[in-house]
Design a protein around this ligand. Sequence first.
Ligand code: GDP
Ligand code: IMO
Ligand code: MG
Length: 416
Amino acid sequence: MKKADLIVGIQWGDEGKGKIVDLLAQNYDAVARYQGGHNAGHTIWVDGTKYALHLIPSGVLNPDAINIIGNGVVVSPAALIKEMKQFDRLEGRLFVSESAHMILGFHEAIDQAKERLRGKKAIGTTGRGIGPAYSEKIARSGFRLGELRDIDALSARILEYFEQNGAIYKALEIEAPEATALKVELQGYANALLPFLANTTKMVWELLSHDKNVLLEGAQGTMLDIDHGTYPYVTSSSTISAGACIGLGISPKDIGKVTGIVKAYCTRVGNGPFPTEDFGHQGDRLREQGQEFGTTTGRPRRCGWFDAVATKFASRINGCDALSIMKLDVLDGFEEIKICVGYKVDGAVIDYMPLDLEKAEPVYRSFPGWEKTEGVRQWDDLPETAKTYLLEIERLTQTKIGMVSTSPDRNDTIFR
Ligand code: GDP
Ligand code: IMO
Ligand code: MG
């Protein structure tokens, strides 16, 4: 029985998971997503062409791999159908769990309305309806993709749901769907998606028992995890490696090698604490050199220094066997590079995550920079100062560095 390997984001998302999944997918038979929805934006560059994936796993660019969207993902049928149009011949290589919950138009409307009501305390969500869809799932009133097999029953259930929750929707100025239009909309989803629905749990079990190589692709990042992230400034799913068990129906024993994806610096999009954020020109320089603008919403990402405290925590909670350090080239030309080695909280220096990260002041150690790492493909070709920086990350996070990425291109990757 094979074990499935796993790729997980270690910071606040956008670490470069898409690039690594695409690169590794060349050696895997299947790639599976287990949580999140089209809030994710995974960018992949192949031979100068850019692909932005939100729901379809990043294995789709390997024509021989099958791609699975697991039960733990919240699927907007409209967004999935739109994304599928980029690719031909998906039948037989894309499978979507029939028990995954749907994001419908009103989930998106409620996400955006609640954000407006939160005012200054807004989470800064992607506005894609992720929180409301997961809330309804947990409240046991969600709508699953398999229900598209009976449009009459599904539309009756949606209308009944609106009757029960009418007061809330009225207060948020969200109108109940009109019965005929709703059926037409759902029928469109059914026509496009029913051929792709499957019992993906059974499928993953069979792949593993036939010794196939399965890669699990996390979305978002550890610090956005609903339980272990910077609550309430998080997303609504279990983004950590354990989420793969729930989101696909596999056991912890089915998981093999776990690789944590982490930038050589740090970014965050949306609101919430970010101890190492640099509000000055260094932060601006990271944003420009790293092209740090959201794949999904185009928002400028907040930028700052590598946080070894958060990374050590994330590595432990995910059980990382190795880290993949991304975007090392973005630090090219910096004279001084900083790593956060501790947090000062109420006068004491700590090396673990406090409940209220807002209060944490970073304690930095400085490192000399280097001229160029862009495009380097061998560890030995890295400048000595870059090696020192990386080895210090390895020491502080107590996790081996398995890969280093030096450009968006598939091939500009060091395997160590
Ligand atoms: P994901 O959400 O974790 O898949 O990451 P995103 O795709 O949202 O953001 C990562 C961005 O960095 C993408 O635009 C990638 O093309 C780019 N990228 C990935 N690796 C590298 C790298 O090593 N160097 C540079 N300069 N860019 C990279
Ligand atoms: P990938 O997979 C970075 C952030 C949002 C917001 C918070 C909650 O590309 O790494 P949500 O819409 O999920 O309710 O928003 O989470 N967020 C991400 N930030 N990368 C992502 O995905 C993200 N998905 C959600 O900005 O702060
Ligand atoms: Mg992204």
